[in-house]
Write a protein that binds this ligand. Sequence first.
Ligand code: PNS
Length: 166
Amino acid sequence: MAQTKIAIYPGSFDPITNGHIDLVKRTLQIFDRVIVAIATNPDKQDSLFTVEERLDMIHDVFKGLKKRVRADAFEGLLVDYAEKTGAKVIIRGLRAISDFEYEFQMAMMNRELNPNLETLFMMTGESYFYISSRLVKEVVSLGGDVSGLVPKNVLKQLKFKFRSRQ
Ligand code: PNS
């Protein structure tokens, strides 16, 4: 029987955006399952959403694809987490050329740590090239409209977060 092809899509997802969702859907055209994995290292203390809130939002977004998309959180090295899950491939999205240097360094470091784990770069859909969680948060915090850039549940949570902060 053919082996199930599992990919890990790691990131901060603070919060998940339409760009991330587009990438998961593209990944599902190649892999049987995708694990959307939130890195929870303690040095990243500046997140807007808690890990639980981020997981809830991701679960909600992919509730119709439960059998193929799993949301999870991990602490420590990505390569160790990948080994535990049985995934052989890390998915990362590339938007602008400016992403490349950071992504290249991470891919090479992960290869150094585990040469059997591949990093696969996927191009984000044209409509999502400029979206980042950081910019989405900034725009919402300043009262801008991001309704075309994040799913409805995330928009609601973003508005709630910033309202409760004001
Ligand atoms: O969405 P981000 O913040 O660009 O994602 C970065 C992430 C989470 C993929 C990266 O920081 C990571 O893999 N963290 C886990 C810890 C680790 O393995 N660090 C070494 C990576 S080279």
